[in-house]
Design a protein around this ligand. Structure first.
Ligand code: FES
Length: 274
């Protein structure tokens, strides 16, 4: 059989032409397959190189390139060697860009441990604060309930004795230095405890038996035996402590409860200068 179709005629020529076309098409397909195989190899190498590069990168950077790697074979499967190389370069670039930020996120176990620690700290802090508050309240209540001054010391209660032991109504005042008061017994008001401090500027006035009155050595204010203002710069009569007769007939002076004297202008013993 002649190889040249021009040497043939009729049906033989047509057959020969068809055989040659079939061979050419088969040869073309074979060539495409051979070209596609190196491209796929190139893509695989590129992907492998990217994987190696990503392995050296920090943990978070691995996440994005790995997703890109799964795309690479798709490009290769399209049979275009140039597309595979471009995809490999894109992967390499993406790996380089995404590797820049470095952040290691805590695992759920570590987060849970940290949360537990914080929660425990807050619990202890609240417990401590509440305990301290309760302690302060208890101490405050204790001191509020307890008398601030003991009996027999200034600020507390002084027990004088039974009423029968009081001085007569014309006897001189009896000083009580611990309680800082003069004890006098009066006809109209009964026993009185006069605070020893002058109502002018706080000097200690004295009993002048010769004049039968109290006189202040500082600025000359004078008061009656009952503590009423007579004359001088003092603005009021002498201050007094509350005197009570408790159960059993005993007289008690509470130096923690002071009553201010009446204004000097209201004193019936006041001497009006001429
Ligand atoms: Fe007593 Fe001034 S302090 S008169």
């Amino acid at each position: 059989m002649a190889d040249n179709p021009t040497d043939l005629s009729g049906d033989d020529r047509e057959k020969r032409i068809a055989e040659l076309k079939a061979k050419m098409q088969a040869s073309a397909k074979k060539t495409k397959v051979q070209e596609a195989a190196p491209a796929a190899k190139t893509n695989v190498k590129a992907v492998a190189a990217t994987a190696v590069e990503d392995k050296a990168a920090p943990a978070p950077a691995v996440v994005q390139p790995s997703s890109e790697v799964s795309v690479a074979p798709k490009s290769a499967s399209n049979g275009a060697a140039s597309n595979g190389a471009a995809a490999a370069m894109a992967l390499a670039g993406a790996a380089t860009v995404t590797a820049a930020p470095f952040f290691i996120e805590d695992s759920p176990e570590v987060k849970a441990r940290k949360d537990m620690t914080r929660r425990e700290f807050l619990t202890y802090a609240w417990g401590g604060a509440l305990g301290l508050l309760a302690l302060q309240s208890g101490v405050g209540l204790f001191f509020f309930m307890m008398p601030r001054f003991k009996a027999g010391e200034f600020g507390g209660v002084f027990f004088i004795g039974p009423e029968s032991s009081l001085p007569s109504t014309d006897a001189p005042p009896d000083p009580n230095t611990s309680g800082k008061f003069w004890l006098v017994n009066t006809v109209d008001e009964g026993p009185k405890a006069l605070y020893m401090v002058c109502t002018h500027l706080g000097c200690l006035y004295k009993w002048e038996q010769a004049n039968n009155r109290f006189e202040c050595p500082c600025h000359g204010s004078k008061f009656t035996r009952e503590g009423l203002y007579i004359e001088g710069p003092a603005p009021r009569s002498l201050d007094t402590f509350i005197v009570t007769v408790i159960e059993g007939g005993e007289v008690a002076v509470d130096t923690g409860k002071k009553e201010l004297g009446a204004p000097s202008s209201e004193s019936p013993a006041r001497v009006i200068p001429a």
